[in-house]
Design a protein around this ligand. Structure first.
Ligand code: TYD
Length: 205
């Protein structure tokens, strides 16, 4: 039987990585074989691209970034995600296409429809079975990152950018509420896990 494809999303500081580890353990505890991967990344090419993109040595045009993350996604789907799903493994992916809508379109203002065109090209109808969007306010994300209460001009610009990223994520939820489930991530772990469990169990055979 085909495995399930789960992606995790949220602005930086939403606690995604901690929840990812817990979800992987939870699934393994139910004897599900899990492949954990991430974007940008997941293949040797993807990891090289990740270093280039996040290393920040060169300022790339946001559309260049968009094209590059989709090029890496094509490899990732072909070499890692599709084979794992075909072998009955579940794939747990730290960020996927919704991140491109959020960061490149929401944050950096690439036209929404351009991301959609690449999504259709590269994914050919394949969508995650479940996307968990960990949503937090900017104030909580900032507090978690240990930043100052009173932001300077640079930080205010940064906040405005992340506010657009967050809004774009929520738009993805509105466009496909059945797939993209929002978890209010400003709360304690125990409460969040109580909401994650039924979402995951619903996918189990
Ligand atoms: P993240 O996954 O949060 O890793 P870490 O916790 O190690 O920082 O960071 C990945 C960054 O890549 C994040 O800032 C969002 C960005 N990103 C895009 O801009 N577009 C994309 O399509 C993807 C997948 C990620």
């Amino acid at each position: 039987m085909r495995g399930k494809f789960i992606t995790l999303e949220g602005i930086d500081g939403a606690g995604k990585s901690t929840h990812l580890r817990w979800i992987a353990r939870f699934l393994k505890g139910r004897r599900i074989k899990v492949t954990v991967t991430r974007e940008p990344g997941g293949t040797a090419f993807g990891e090289t691209l990740r270093r280039l993109l996040l290393g920040g040595r060169q300022r790339l045009h946001p559309e260049t970034e968009t094209l590059l993350v989709f090029a890496a996604r094509r490899e990732h789907l072909d070499k890692v995600i599709a084979p794992a799903l075909g072998a009955g493994r579940w794939v747990l992916c730290d960020r996927f296409t919704d991140a491109t809508y959020a960061y490149q379109s929401g944050g950096s203002r690439v036209r929404w429809g351009r991301v959609g065109a690449l999504e259709r090209w590269v994914q050919r109808g394949l969508q995650p079975d479940l996307t968990i969007l960990f949503d937090v306010s900017l104030a909580v994300a900032r507090r978690r990152a240990g930043r100052k209460i009173r932001p300077d001009r640079f930080e205010r610009e940064r906040d405005a950018y992340f506010e657009r990223v967050r809004k774009a994520y929520l738009r993805r939820h509105r466009e496909d509420p059945r797939r993209v489930r929002v978890i209010e991530a400003g709360r304690g772990m125990a409460e969040i896990r109580k909401e994650l469990e039924p979402l995951l169990l619903k996918l189990c055979p």
